[in-house]
Structure formats: structure tokens, C-alpha cells
Design a protein around this ligand. Structure first.
Ligand code: NAP
Length: 318
């Protein structure tokens, strides 16, 4: 399989980014900064280098990942590969605090400074609101985000876990465009693909992305690892039957796609959607990162894409 990672134009400035991103939630190998030892930066650097070598240029963080340790360890990654900062796209997030959400202007400004300091950089390519905060007026948050863009500390604004009306409410006040919505979408969670209005079974996020030119970022694209086919599924797993159906269709289709692995087929299924979904591969294992990156060269046929969808649904399309 080809190792060449396809690129796509991102946001209104059409910045070139890789079709897949590295999700950095597990980069520190730990959620307690006090427990990060010497082996953790070494492992993170190996993952970072594997991602770069595979053509991944997009890295997704949050202030809270690893209890801040993921952003800190990313500074080591950047230092390990000279001049890497300018060649990559760094996104991070704000808004989740211990037990509550906070989009108040003072807090998001303070958190941005913390993220910049931890990563040792002077701007982020994208700043994302991690989850909607119903207690802050979107106009207040928007004004603070626009200031960040104007100051040059932030290049673009994204949201995460936003339903369509929440995106519209923020858009009403924000001068900067909303360029992406980071959502849980995978063969284990299809809500965003179904319509949300008129009693549809889904939330309509992908349709809104197409309508407004927003790029969907897919989190947990390998279903948190369950779709890799490398884990035994406990008998009480809530999605056991669904996972088994999906892995069965992957086994049937693998020979058609050059012996593609389940991880690769799960990612290729997302990559096929016309909204140009960017899957955030959540691995801290160089071998798994290389495996995932090869999904970029798989082109699923229409009929096979539908076979996989039907396996996930558990029933035929009407
Ligand atoms: N916005 C949000 O609310 C939100 C929520 C969750 C996640 N995220 C973002 O999305 C990213 C990805 O989420 P996720 O970690 O749930 O995604 P994921 O890639 O579906 O799952 C990651 C898990 O799968 C395993 N895995 C991945 N590729 C594998 C492979 N080829 N073979 C075997 N195991 C594999 C990883 O283990 P190894 O490390 O051993 O490979 C890890 O345990 C996060 O890093 C974060 O950036 C955002």
C-alpha cells in the first residue's frame, strides 16, 4: 500500500492539512502529570515521529489531556524534531473544568495562555470549544475568541460536541468563521450521519457541516480501539454484537482492499464521506499510527461502503 498521506484544504484559507490527524489525548500515557516519568516523553516522541513520517501534519490536543501533561510532553516532541512547529497544524481545546464547563472570557484567555506556555509555542492553529457551556452567553465567548484571532495567538476557531443549533448560536456572534466541529463519529456512533430535524434518529451534524462548509473532525474513529479487531470483546460489552457484525464484514472485504486491517477499513469508511471528515487517530503506538495512516490510500466502492454501514446499523437501508 502507498505510504503517501493525502492532504486536504482546511478552513476558508484552505490551509493544507493531512486527511488524518493524531489525537494526542493519550500522548502522555497518563492522566496524572505527577506520574509522568522519563519513559513517557520518549514514547510520545516516537509516536510524534511516526506520525510525521507517515505524513500526518495535524495534531489535536486539549488543555485537560493527561491533566495538562499531553501539551507539556508535546513541547518535548517539538524540540525533538527541529523546525517541526512551522510544518504542522496544532489544535487544542478549552472549556472543560473539574465537574463543570466554562466558556467565560477570562477563563478561556487564561487557559489559552496555559496551553501556549506548556507547548512552548506562541500561537495555535486552531482553538476549539471542547463542549458547549450553557451558562455563558455565546456573544461573550465569541468576543474573546475574536480577540485571540486578532492578536495572532489563534489562527482559527473550531467547536466540539456542538449540535447544529449550538453552532448557529455561536456563529451569530463570532466574526471569525467556525471551521470545524469535533464530534464522536465512527461505525459505533452514527448519530451525526442521520438527520436531526423532523424526528430523524440522528443529530444532523454532518449535514450542517456540508451546508456551512465546516470540517467534521471524528473522535474515537476506531471506536476507542474496539474496531481494531485486536481486542477480545467482553460478553457484557454494550456494542458486542455490532462490533462482531462490523468485524465480520471487514474480514469479508479485506482481500478486496489489499488485506486492509479492521482499523484501516474503519478509517477508510469515515474518509469516504463527502464532508471530508478528518479522523483523529488516538494512538500512542508508532506501529498503530503507521497502520492507521495507510487507510488514506484505500478507496472504498459505493457498494462496500454501504455494506459496512448496514453491518453497523444492524438492518438494511430502507
Ligand atoms: N472532543 C472530545 O470530546 C473528544 C473526546 C475523546 C477523544 N477526542 C480526541 O480524539 C482522539 C481520538 O480518540 P480515541 O482515543 O477515543 O480514538 P480511537 O483511535 O478510536 O481509540 C484509541 C484507542 O484505540 C487503540 N488503537 C488505535 N489504533 C489502533 C490500532 N491500529 N491497533 C490497535 N489499537 C489501536 C489505541 O491504543 P494504542 O495507543 O495502543 O494504539 C487507544 O487505546 C483523542 O486523542 C482526542 O484528540 C476528543
Amino acid at each position: 500500500m502507498s505510504q503517501i498521506m493525502p492532504m486536504q484544504a482546511f478552513g476558508p484559507e484552505r490551509i493544507p492539512v493531512s486527511r488524518m490527524a493524531l489525537g494526542c489525548m493519550g500522548l502522555a500515557g497518563n492522566w496524572n502529570p505527577a506520574e509522568v516519568g522519563a519513559e513517557h516523553p520518549r514514547k510520545a516522541i516516537a509516536s510524534f515521529e511516526a506520525a510525521l513520517e507517515a505524513g500526518i501534519t495535524f495534531f489535536d490536543h486539549a488543555d485537560i489531556y493527561g491533566g495538562t501533561a499531553c501539551e507539556s510532553i508535546f513541547k518535548d516532541c517539538l524540540a525533538a524534531v527541529p523546525n517541526s512547529r512551522e510544518k504542522i497544524f496544532i489544535a487544542t481545546k478549552v472549556g472543560i473544568r473539574k465537574g463543570y464547563y466554562d466558556h467565560s472570557p477570562d477563563y478561556i484567555k487564561e487557559s489559552l495562555q496555559g496551553s501556549l506556555d506548556r507547548m512552548g509555542i506562541d500561537y495555535v492553529d486552531m482553538y476549539q470549544l471542547h463542549r458547549p457551556d450553557p451558562l455563558t452567553h455565546p456573544g461573550e465567548t465569541a468576543a474573546a475568541l475574536d480577540e485571540m484571532v486578532e492578536s495572532g495567538q489563534v489562527r482559527m476557531i473550531g467547536v466540539s460536541n456542538y449540535y447544529p443549533q449550538q453552532t448557529l448560536a455561536l456563529k451569530r456572534y463570532l466574526q471569525a468563521p467556525i471551521v470545524s466541529n469535533q464530534i464522536a463519529i465512527s461505525l459505533l456512533r452514527l448519530d451525526p450521519i442521520y438527520e436531526g430535524a423532523a424526528g430523524g434518529n440522528g443529530d444532523g451534524v454532518l449535514d450542517q457541516c456540508l451546508e456551512l462548509g465546516i470540517t467534521p473532525l471524528a473522535y474515537s474513529p476506531v471506536g476507542g480501539g474496539w474496531l481494531s479487531g485486536k481486542r477480545s470483546i467482553p460478553s457484557d460489552h454494550p456494542h458486542r454484537e455490532k462490533i462482531e457484525r462490523i468485524l465480520a464484514i471487514f474480514a469479508e472485504l479485506a482481500p478486496v482492499y489489499n488485506d486492509a486491517t479492521p482499523t484501516q477499513l474503519a478509517l477508510a469508511w469515515l474518509l469516504s464521506h463527502p464532508a471530508n471528515i478528518i479522523p483523529l487517530v488516538g494512538s500512542n503506538n508508532p506501529e498503530h499510527i503507521r497502520e492507521a495512516a495507510e487507510a488514506g490510500s484505500i478507496s472504498l466502492s459505493r457498494i462496500d461502503w454501504y455494506k459496512i454501514w448496514v453491518a453497523s446499523r444492524g438492518n438494511a437501508v430502507p
